[in-house]
Design a protein around this ligand. Structure first.
Ligand code: IVH
Length: 695
């Protein structure tokens, strides 16, 4: 479960990104990421929103179909919204879809119409009294663009319906696409004229249909398949989708000859495999298949969710793979300091896009797959992930390949790179000192359970680092009112609030401070254990550095001998600390950059009360006493007060009862104070509370 604050931040990022991709894809016909990336973001967004339904906003990309129409074309409002399809990426997804359908209908052996999923763009064609009067793009699903003139140039689209039995108003929906051969020929002639070529048939079809000059459209080899209906008056008598398709065919519409009727999930999967095998031989691009519940009364019963029908699903084809040359491997530093090896490739066209970089995941993967520089590798662009190097073509390995080596120092900050024994992920030990990790660390440092700097949100951290006002957590405490007020969207009041919050955050506890430092693998519990064991930062630093020195000294000896020695050191005597965490702690305090930041933090006035003596553990003065906290304390946060009470053996409860020993009331106390008075529980003001815990 993602916490609410992190979820809010991630939702903001995802929505902004999806909005941007929507615009580029739907309005500009110029996507900057492959569909699979879009799908992935959308999946993440939906997952996060279902985890936090309270955070769903009406303008979330999950709540709408596409992007706004471009201004150049006239607008067309769709009488019946043009919806999208949900995706199934696996057999399991498909089984889930079928199960949901069966359960909702309380029926078995559902009949589906299985259709190729054409990779073009959706079109609405309105026929009045059998004559084509309007063609429109999907746009955002409710409003599209009027492309009537362009649609008329597509040979496959009938200008008049055949036969007689069509309804007076008939809206046909289908896909305009460009066949593979037409696409290749077009690109060839564009290249010969020195013009920009298109990336894939889908973009070409979209770009061609959205030409303001329909004469250009007319020269483009566009094609069309009908797959459904929009507004129809009077209503048709059809009872099945398959019947609709037959009628459409009869009226002269082009309907895909590969459409078939199948039964149940098994039938769907059979069709999926069949089309998968046929895919490359088809004259047009498909990116999957679509299954639609055949009975229209069932469709009605199933209805829609958000932007997609419950009675249909798009079953996407998996990754496409291509071979290419691995030219070099570079390492990227992530926000947590993790080093990711990235393959620089001879550009290769895979899954509809040109790929020149692909992830190698981590060093374990590199070693497991025995990937070397100079190898011919198989690049995979999977349906929902970024391109990856899937395998090596060993038969093509030349003599002079070079092994991939993990750098000894961070490519961003030059600090030592650590990869604990048996761990897949290597990390930069630069911590607070490494540029790539700065923002994440400052965010963590200020977070509620760490230093608890109220009001220092992710956006502000971003701003402060980008404006170079803060480069380490210590920098936060050097911020001036003037610097803050010069920031965009920052008024005097918010600046003052932040300065006050920082002043308050200076008074902390040792466990919180250690946790706030963001040492890899040191969460709240480990931080508390370290604080309790050593009692002071100085003692911990001493032990950590001693540990790191010994570790480095014995790094060359057999692992078992080194471990025997390290195990006896003080750092390893801490409850719950094994070799992995000890190594992280050791490396962290060994790093000069980290020590410098800690020194600056202390100089800036960050302080904490001494930890209770270890010997005193057995004689904790508050054992057996239950406290309830209410209102705001001036000298510490409620979480800090809670920690102090617990450190002294006391308990903190959320509600007042006859068993409560003390209620601690800060300013603006809530109903708990009244409850305490009613039950005659002793009430301590802040001064009295401080005297009690400090005595
Ligand atoms: S039916 C309410 N059938 O896929 C259902 N769509 O992700 C509407 N597409 O916008 C769509 N082939 O552009 C349907 N046989 C097919 C399709 C198909 C391609 C496209 C269409 C739609 C998108 C949905």
């Amino acid at each position: 479960m993602t916490n609410r604050r992190d979820a809010e931040q991630r939702l903001r990022e995802l929505r902004a990104e999806l909005d941007r991709h929507n615009h580029r894809y739907y309005v500009l016909d110029d996507p900057e990421v492959p569909d699979s990336e879009y799908d992935r973001l959308m999946l993440e967004l939906k997952a996060l929103e279902s985890e936090h339904p309270g955070l769903i906003t009406p303008d979330s990309p999950s709540q709408r179909v596409g992007g706004a129409p471009a201004a150049e074309f006239g607008e067309v409002r769709h009488a019946v919204p043009m919806l999208s399809l949900d995706n199934a990426f696996s057999e399991e997804d498909l089984q889930d879809f079928d199960r949901r359908v069966r359960e909702k209908l309380d029926a078995t052996d559902i009949e589906y119409v299985a259709e190729p999923k054409l990779d073009g763009l959706a079109i609405s064609l309105v026929y009045e009294k059998g004559v084509l009067v309007r063609g429109a793009t999907r746009g955002d699903g409710s409003t599209g663009e009027d492309v009537t003139l362009n649609v008329r140039t597509v040979r496959a689209i009938p200008l008049k319906l055949m036969g007689k039995d069509w309804p007076a108003l008939l809206e046909v929906r289908g896909e305009v696409f460009m066949p593979k051969r037409g696409f290749e020929a077009l690109n060839k002639s564009l290249a010969a004229k020195g013009e920009k070529t298109y990336v894939n048939p889908r973009n070409t079809a979209a770009g061609s249909l959205r030409q303001l000059d329909s004469r250009i459209t007319a020269e483009r080899p566009l094609d069309f398949y009908a797959y459904g209906l929009g507004e129809v008056k009077p209503a048709l008598s059809a009872r099945r989708h398959s019947e609709v398709l037959t009628k459409l065919r009869g009226w002269g519409q082009r309907v895909n000859p590969d459409i078939r009727m199948v039964k149940g999930a098994e039938g769907c999967l059979g069709y999926y495999r069949e089309m998968g095998e046929k895919r490359d031989a088809l004259p047009y691009e498909i990116d999957g298949v679509v299954y639609k519940v055949d009975r229209l009364d069932y469709q009605q019963e199933l209805g829609f969710v958000a932007r997609a029908p419950r009675w249909a699903v798009a079953h996407k084809f998996p990754a496409q793979e291509e071979m290419t040359l691995l030219k070099a491997v570079e390492f990227q530093v992530g926000r947590t300091g993790a080093l990711t090896p990235v393959a620089r490739l001879e550009p290769v066209f895979v899954g509809g896009v040109t790929v020149s970089n692909a992830t190698l995941h981590n060093m374990d993967e590199v070693e497991r797959k025995d990937i070397r520089i100079g190898d011919t590798v198989i690049v995979r662009r999977a349906g929902d992930v970024i391109p990856e190097v899937a395998a090596v073509v060993l038969a093509r390995r030349p003599k002079n390949t070079k092994r991939v080596k993990l750098p000894k120092t961070c490519p961003v900050c030059g600090s030592e790179v650590v990869r604990p024994e048996g761990e897949a992920v290597a990390r930069c030990s630069g911590g607070l000192f490494c540029d790539a990790q700065r923002k994440e660390l400052i965010r963590h440092f200020a977070s509620r359970r760490a230093m608890d700097v109220e009001g220092l949100g992710d956006k502000l951290v971003e701003q402060l680092v980008d404006e170079k006002l803060v480069s380490t957590p210590a920098g936060l405490f050097r911020l001036t009112m003037k610097q803050l007020m010069d920031l965009e969207r920052m008024g005097e009041k918010s600046a003052q609030n932040l300065v006050d919050a920082l002043a308050k955050a200076r008074k902390t506890t040792l466990p919180r401070f250690l946790y706030a430092l963001g040492i890899p693998d040191v969460g709240e519990t480990t931080a508390a254990d370290l604080a309790k064991h050593f009692g002071s930062l100085e003692k911990l630093e001493e032990a950590a550095q001693g540990y790191e020195k010994q570790r480095l000294k014995h790094a060359g000896s057999p692992a078992r001998d080194a471990e025997k020695l390290l195990k006896e050191l003080d750092l390893r005597k801490v409850e719950g600390i094994g070799p992995v965490v000890a190594e992280q702690v050791g490396a962290f305090f060994h790093q000069a950059g980290n020590r410098k930041v800690i020194g600056e933090l202390r100089k800036a006035g960050v302080e904490w009360p001494a930890m209770p003596k270890r010997a005193a553990v057995g004689s904790q003065p508050l054992v057996g006493k239950t406290f309830v906290l209410t209102g705001t304390l001036g000298t510490m946060t409620r979480d800090a007060a809670k920690e102090r009470i617990q450190a002294l053996g006391g308990k903190v409860s959320g509600s007042v009862s006859a068993k409560t020993h003390y209620v601690v009331a800060g300013s603006e106390p809530g109903s708990k104070l009244r409850e305490a008075e009613r039950l005659e529980v002793p009430v301590l003001d802040e001064d009295a509370f401080l005297r009690l815990i400090e005595s």
